[in-house]
Design a protein around this ligand. Structure first.
Ligand SMILES: Nc1ncnc2c1ncn2[C@@H]1O[C@H](COP(=O)(O)OP(=O)(O)OP(=O)(O)O)[C@@H](O)[C@H]1O
Length: 241
């Protein structure tokens, strides 16, 4: 796999306008998230801090309900923390308007959630195009080059329902990479895949981190943890290792 074909050049500035210097592409400072549903109260995250450097792949593991998806939503700016903060290359993502978070996410963060990120009524190319159109400030990837880098060129006109599990995973990755993100967040990207297809997707992620993208992957899979540079273990909303 040609890593450069998979991702364009990653140009990042380690400090923002306020002069905040960050070693990490992605930083979480003491994140708290509290949910109330009826009489049920859950402290899903209890002071989670972490950092992911450019070019690093970090796996977040932990039992079901330990807070992995909640953490990813906060790191993507899809949800707001009740305490703590998230920074992307030194720019604060949390505690901003939804519009500001969406703008920063569109420009800097690729997101691959558990539910998938493909619209069923659009082709693979259509899904990438819409991701690009929704992000006005992003550096857009050339679609043909992006699909070639993910071995998906022949499936450009296919609909998600016509793709195999591995193709679906790669198409989801294509959408997440559509705007040349400097950070990639993936929730169980290999959850439904057989061992062979999982290793192909992990190879793609490893290649991508080699181009300088900071990757954080939440997963139950030992293969994902083995492929990562570092593993963070969550238990009951806290980092325990
Ligand atoms: N929107 C919500 N409302 C109420 N409780 C929630 C909500 N989202 C998550 N939770 C609770 O927060 C805790 C952490 O959930 P989360 O989905 O982050 O765990 P997880 O580690 O990703 O689990 P899994 O591995 O099963 O996906 C759980 O107790 C869950 O029930």
């Amino acid at each position: 796999m040609n890593a450069q074909a998979l991702h364009g050049s990653v140009a990042v500035n380690p400090s923002d306008a306020s002069g905040r210097i960050s070693r990490d592409a992605l930083e979480a400072e003491s994140l708290y998230r509290f949910f109330r549903a009826g009489n049920e109260e859950t402290l899903a995250l209890r002071g989670v801090s972490l950092g992911v450097a450019a070019g690093e792949m970090v796996a977040v593991v932990g039992p079901s309900g330990s807070g992995k998806s909640t953490l990813l939503s906060l790191l993507a700016g899809l949800d707001e923390p009740d305490g703590g903060a998230v920074f992307v290359h030194g720019q604060r993502l949390s505690h901003q308007s939804e519009q500001a978070r969406a703008r920063l996410r569109g420009r800097m963060i690729g997101v691959l959630l558990q539910a998938g990120n493909l619209l069923p009524h659009l082709t693979v190319t259509g899904n990438i195009e819409i991701a690009q159109r929704l992000s006005d400030h992003a550096v857009r990837r050339d679609i043909a080059e992006l699909l070639a880098g993910l071995s998906l060129r022949s499936r450009a006109a296919a609909y998600p329902g016509e793709l195999s599990g591995g193709e679906l995973a790669r198409a989801g990755l294509a959408v997440a990479l559509a705007n040349n993100p400097v950070v990639l967040l993936a929730d169980e990207p290999t959850g439904e895949l057989d061992a062979h297809t999982e290793s192909q997707v992990l190879e793609l992620l490893t290649d991508l981190s080699g181009t300088g993208v900071a990757i954080l992957v939440a997963s139950h899979s030992p293969a994902v943890a083995a492929a990562a540079d570092r593993v963070i273990t969550l238990s009951d909303g806290e980092v325990v290792r």
